[in-house]
Design a protein around this ligand. Structure first.
Ligand SMILES: [Zn+2]
Length: 133
């Protein structure tokens, strides 16, 4: 785990990655297990299970983010099933800073998106320059 603390990113992102690595994010499968929510499903896309990889990578909304960041071309980006391997391999890539920022942004986006009927409403999380049109 020392590799994580050597990353040249703000401490809050290191801490966030540590939470991801230890499966400690309050995603709906964990929240459901603790009786904090009625369902483990994804509130953004209604997938029956929101696990950490679904939340950060595989949800259609997160996938859109990764394609916009042009990260889908990395080998095994969307096929790796072990979140620890995925995080570690991508933080060693030449685009590690973009990846870490993208993971953080995906988490913020998930938390700031509310499903109002069929309309997804997004409120900013401070990464306003991430999407360049
Ligand atoms: Zn989803």
């Amino acid at each position: 785990m020392n590799w994580l603390w050597r990353l040249k990113v703000p401490a809050k992102l290191q801490h966030f990655l540590w939470l991801c690595f230890h499966n400690a994010l309050p995603i709906n499968t964990c929240r459901n297990h603790c009786n904090m929510v009625a369902s483990p499903s994804c509130t953004r896309c209604s997938s029956p299970i929101e696990d950490i990889l679904h939340c950060l990578r595989d949800c259609p909304h997160s996938r859109e983010l990764w394609f916009r960041l042009n990260m889908g071309h990395y080998n095994n980006f969307f096929s790796e099933f072990d979140v620890k391997v995925w995080l570690h391999e991508m933080t060693k890539s030449t685009s590690s800073i973009l990846f870490i920022t993208g993971v953080w942004y995906a988490w913020c986006w998930r938390n700031n998106t509310k499903n109002l009927g069929s309309t997804l409403v997004y409120s900013r999380c401070g990464a306003k320059d991430l999407f360049v049109t």
